[in-house]
Design a protein around this ligand. Structure first.
Ligand code: PLP
Length: 430
């Protein structure tokens, strides 16, 4: 497989774009080698600038649930484009979008559209702070909520010490207001809340974590957070940017049966266009300007073309429940095949899986939080990634990511190809 044009483009890119990419993980730093430059995609396939074809497991980091260049979305976008790309004024589609989100996501009573997942989470914590009159938030180690300053915080040295900036440019002042706890550790959260009485505005969590690799909540963990937040007057925020409309029509909250006070959405909600949203209980959302005093705005928020793409996606999911059955079956086949390959090769790897998300961790230990995820053999993962790429399967270029299955993968020949590539790549990794 030749990557000559990709390499040339990467050299040029590095001269004009920091690190050659517009989002760090795309640079392949965690797996070595140079990134592949993508020219086009259709269904389950990506095509690069050198004419190579890959079966696709990133799907734009989640949004392309129905595969690439899906006609349902394409037609909606084409129709919207002819009526101008942006008005900066209210539109019918925004109302229809809000109504549909409220219908699909069980806990959302009012919703505001933004342009990315990052904007959604940044806005949600501002609203939670405005609503409660408190300043601190709790997040979980290994959960990612976009690149807002308040979320780029690492754990302090002790369980109840303050968080520390995880990136230059994030001030100590901001870090002081973000406390961190290990995922799945309810006792640690209870301790943080007890040590900061009446000071915690919000607990924000990925109800199923996809950003340290896939990590599932232990039984009772989310329920415990729900109880704690209700008792202490803390706003519970589920960051469903990844899991929303993926793990079920109503996201992880529907699938797991635990209701947050606020929800952040992104990725699938835009059908591939830049869209995010935050919503929740009416009385909390009515704090948002111009209904209430908490300011949040956006020139391109509710953009008509983005709304057209998102609406087409959500309407399709709302009226085709069989999508979720197909995603479950396809993902289960892939995971079963990988398990069978591991057995044949005498490898004991941990595979975390739910719905159409899964991660193969290169460790034989259970992965339940960021500490256990970090026990993975990253060098072996890097070799596995490169071998899969060589076999024509494009995985997320980091151990600490979830893979995303689309409906376009549901072809027996494709699944066989993936299983065969996986067997070769696992053998090459060790
Ligand atoms: N929240 C979660 C759970 C995410 O996975 C991401 C992105 O991967 C974000 C927030 C940030 O979204 P965006 O990249 O659209 O800003």
């Amino acid at each position: 497989m030749q990557h000559t044009i990709s390499h040339e483009l990467f050299s040029k890119a590095q001269q004009v774009i920091p690190g050659g990419v517009n989002s760090p993980v795309r640079a392949f730093k965690a797996v070595g080698g140079n990134p592949v430059f993508i020219k086009s995609a259709k269904g389950a396939y990506l095509h690069d600038e050198d004419g190579n074809q890959y079966i696709e497991f990133i799907n734009s980091w989640g949004p392309m649930l129905l595969g690439h260049a899906n006609p349902v979305i394409e037609e909606a976008v084409r129709e919207a484009i002819s009526s101008s790309l942006s008005f900066g004024a209210p539109t019918r589609r925004e109302v229809e979008m809000a109504e549909l989100i409220i219908d699909m996501v069980p806990s959302v009573e009012k919703v505001r559209m933004v342009n990315s997942g990052t904007e959604a989470t940044m806005s949600a914590i501002r609203v939670a702070r405005g609503y409660t009159g408190r300043e601190k938030i709790i997040k979980f180690e290994g959960c990612y909520h976009g690149h807002g300053d308040s979320f780029l915080i690492a754990a302090g040295s002790g369980a109840v010490t303050l968080g520390v900036p995880d990136s230059p440019g994030v001030t100590k002042g901001v870090a002081n207001d973000t406390l961190t706890a290990p995922y799945n550790d309810l006792a640690a959260v209870q301790m943080l809340v007890a040590a900061n009485p009446n000071q915690i505005a919000a607990i924000i969590i990925e109800p199923v974590a996809g950003n340290m690799g896939l990590v599932l909540p232990k039984e009772g963990f989310l329920e415990g957070l729900r109880e704690l937040c209700t008792r202490e007057g803390i706003v519970l925020i589920f960051d469903e940017v990844m899991t929303g409309f993926r793990l079920a029509r109503g996201g992880a909250q529907e699938r797991l049966g635990v209701m947050p006070d606020m929800t952040t959405l992104g990725k699938i909600i835009g059908g591939g266009m830049p869209v995010g949203a935050y919503g929740g209980k009416r009385e909390i959302m009515d704090c948002v300007a111009p209904a209430g005093p908490v300011y949040q705005a956006g020139t391109l928020s509710g953009n008509p073309v983005a709304m057209a793409a998102g609406l087409a996606m959500l309407r399709y999911l709302n009226t085709h429940p069989e999508v979720y059955t197909l995603l479950e079956q396809t993902s289960q086949t892939i995971v079963n095949d990988i398990r069978a390959n591991c057995k044949a090769l005498d490898l004991n790897l941990t595979i975390n899986h739910i719905g159409s998300m899964f991660t193969v961790f290169f460790t034989d230990k259970p992965v339940v939080d960021f500490t256990t995820a970090k026990q993975s053999d990253l060098a072996a993962f890097g070799r596995y990634f490169q071998a899969m790429l060589h076999e024509g399967v494009y995985l997320a270029p980091s151990q600490f990511e979830s893979l995303f299955v689309s409906t376009a993968l549901a072809e027996p020949t494709l699944l066989q190809q993936v299983a065969q590539a996986n067997k070769k790549a696992l053998a090459a990794a060790f």
